[in-house]
Design a protein around this ligand. Sequence first.
Ligand code: ADP
Ligand code: ADP
Length: 215
Amino acid sequence: MDVQISNLKKYYNDKLVLDIDNLKIKKGIITGIVGPNGAGKSTLLNIIAGMDSDFEGTILYDGKSINKKIYKEMTIVFQKISLFRRSVYENIEYPLKIRGVSKWERRLKVENILKILDIFDLKDKKAHLLSGGESQKVSLGRALVFNPKLLLLDEPTSNIDVNSTIVMEREIVNHNKINNATVVIITHDFKQAKRLCDEIVWIERGKVGKVDGFF
Ligand code: ADP
Ligand code: ADP
């Protein structure tokens, strides 16, 4: 799905932290959001994810305001991991459960995700016992498992070793290509942005800036 952001203003305690007249996130490509610390990137992604409705302006998904159906077709992977204190398997299974997917189909999908992310060995481990990198892979797995049309990623590979980053980037690109999914990724890593992204949005002090010559 595409996302059209218009006349967006977001305040925290009277301080204007986002001020975006017009920004279109195009369907079926990977868009990178880059910019300095405190620029408003996470705030923007949370708003797109429907996690924060305290803003002025409009956000349209394929031309429509957010509703239950749209909400179920998208997901966000937070920078700060938010897994349940249950097994890795249960964590990845959860989005399928709440979408009413049958038990045998859940098992097929969860096991497939565990394999492609190279974390099958971790399936019975409790999520709170995982390393930081393992948790980030599980979080990505929990997002990918239900084939979201809109995948929002907030620094998904920060503090991750090279091999895990390669695996995660591969699966993010595969999800985009195979499902024609729209992906938005916040990253501090310019090289990663160049590797993954079809378009870059530069955010600075709450505004969209120019990125001429980035590629
Ligand atoms: P980025 O992701 O680009 O580093 P953020 O979106 O996290 O930036 O933050 C944008 C601005 O909003 C910063 O000035 C930050 O201090 C402020 N901010 C973020 N979250 C809150 C909050 N919950 N309460 C008050 N201010 C916040
Ligand atoms: P507690 O440690 O208090 O038992 P958990 O950390 O297990 O709580 O879970 C936190 C929240 O997430 C609770 O609201 C719980 O109902 C929910 N939750 C945890 N695991 C699952 C799961 N596998 N399926 C559905 N909801 C879950």
